[in-house]
Design a protein around this ligand. Structure first.
Ligand code: ADP
Length: 457
């Protein structure tokens, strides 16, 4: 069942349910009100019959009396045993029940007619296929019973309920229609959303957007959907670019590798031993660079999806000291760390990798034995890591570009490297709400390259 039909059916059902309850209580109220009127008429009639009887002497006996009926009612008089003494012409006889007889035992309380208010009871009685409202009032020597055909009440109530049911049917129909229209208004944008999602799944074109012309929940849903498409579009674009850049960058070392292998396999024996050794050394170096490049590419690609990596709390100072000690020992040079221990919450692997990349560059681009300093600080809620070296420094104008993927300054192209290290740093910083920067030390020589990040929570 569609949302429209469901909503229309629910609204119509709710209206029907509430209206049924209203009709039932209205019907009861009307019936009670009309019965009350009839009961008053019956009281009146009993008073009339009683006052007509009172002055007459010798009222006892089986005499029929015309005053025992009117157009509305008929009456009968019974003695204390329930034997009918007088009744109206052609009127059916009323039954004097045990409940009626019990009226004689009730205490006497005079009402405003001067009659006994407590000694009266009303009942609905079926007689010859009709229903009558019968009032029985006990007097000291007998009782008066008066009956009015209830048909009037029943017809009026039935007429009223019939009219109400017609109104309810109309009401339910109109509310079903309104429900349908409202559901239609809600469903249309959801359907557009669904068809766009299907379209996107089919074409993988994340550039599509849904028009949002409302600010309610459905509008918010469409907005969220558009933002999700935006994120997917950027991610798809990044992946495309990465694959394109990577295939371009991999081609050169692979060609060089293949040329050397071809050379060895075609003329291996004819090449002098020292030249052959040189070619093999080249092959080793190139395959090592290729391995590094692939490793960094994998890092970069996985880092793009690392938003899901769960951040953990760690001591930035301890992690940096570790790296400095490791590299210092390896390179046999002084790498010092300046700054306090800071507890941070972040993707520890990405932060570690970024510090390693900065230290690797500082080692690579500065003379052997020169000092390297890693400065830790905090500024405006951001944690900062900056590596100072005493090397060649960043060529003027390259401060921004060195963070681009595969970018390497002309001056450093002869050194091993992929041009990916700093883009990994920039990406990590950005993912952690920070940034990356590079500048030359002043006074020089040397570069200072760093990044900032905020603690994730
Ligand atoms: P790679 O070091 O593999 O070339 P990076 O992305 O780490 O790739 O660095 C990009 C370029 O930025 C380097 O090739 C180099 O030209 C420049 N660079 C990075 N760090 C320094 C530094 N500390 N001193 C001088 N130049 C640097």
């Amino acid at each position: 069942m569609s949302l429209r039909t469901r909503l229309a059916a629910i609204v119509a059902l709710a209206v029907l349910l509430v209206s049924t309850l209203v009709i039932l209580s209205a019907r009861e109220l009307a019936e009670r009100e009309l019965e009350q009127n009839v009961d008053n008429e019956l009281r009146q009639a009993i008073a009339t019959v009683a006052s007509d009887l009172r002055p007459r002497e010798g009222g006892r006996g089986n005499r029929r009396d015309n005053r025992l009926e009117s157009r509305r009612w008929f009456a009968q008089i019974v003695d204390r045993d329930g034997t009918i003494i007088n009744n109206a012409d052609d009127a059916p006889l009323l039954v004097f029940t045990a409940d009626d007889a019990a009226l004689f035992d009730r205490p006497l309380i005079k009402d405003r007619d001067g009659l006994d208010g407590s000694r009266i009871r009303f009942a609905n009685v079926d007689l010859d296929g009709d229903t009558y409202r019968v009032a029985t009032r006990a007097f000291p020597r007998g009782a008066v019973q008066v009956a009015i055909n209830r048909g009037g009440i029943d017809t009026t109530v039935a007429g009223l309920t019939d009219r109400l049911w017609i109104l309810v049917a109309f009401g339910a129909l109109i509310s079903a229609l309104v429900g349908y229209l409202v559901a239609n208004r809600i469903a249309r944008p959801i359907e557009r959303l669904a068809s766009t999602a299907t379209e996107v799944a089919k074409t993988r074109d994340f550039g599509q957007r849904i028009e949002v012309d409302r600010s309610d929940e459905v509008g918010k849903l469409a907005n969220s959907f558009n933002s999700m498409l935006g994120v997917l579009e950027v991610s798809q674009e990044q992946q495309h670019r990465l694959v394109q850049d990577a295939s371009h960058e991999l081609r050169t070392p692979l060609t060089s590798l293949r040329t050397n292998i071809d050379l060895l396999s075609a003329r291996g024996d004819a090449i002098p031993a020292d030249q052959r050794n040189e070619i093999v050394a080249d092959l080793k170096r190139e395959s090592q660079e290729l391995t590094n490049l692939v490793g960094e590419l994998v890092d970069l690609a996985t880092d793009q999806d690392a938003a899901a990596a769960s951040p953990i709390e760690f001591d930035l100072g301890a992690v940096t000291n570790d790296i400095a000690t490791r590299f210092g020992r390896l390179e046999d040079r002084a790498i010092t760390v300046q700054g306090d221990h800071q507890l941070v919450v972040a993707d520890i692997e990405a932060i570690e990798r970024s510090i390693v990349n900065l230290v690797t560059n500082a080692v690579k681009f500065s003379p052997a034995g020169s000092a390297i300093e890693v400065v830790l600080s905090t500024d405006a809620g951001l944690h900062r890591v900056e590596v100072h070296d005493q090397g060649s420094g960043i060529p003027a104008g390259d401060e921004e570009r060195i963070f681009d993927r595969f970018y390497r300054s002309d001056e450093t192209r002869t050194l091993p490297g992929s041009g990916l290290g700093l883009s990994i740093v920039a990406q990590t910083a950005e993912r952690h709400g920070g940034s990356a920067w590079a500048a030359n030390r002043s006074p020089g020589p040397g570069a200072l390259v760093g990044f900032s990040f905020s603690s994730l929570s």
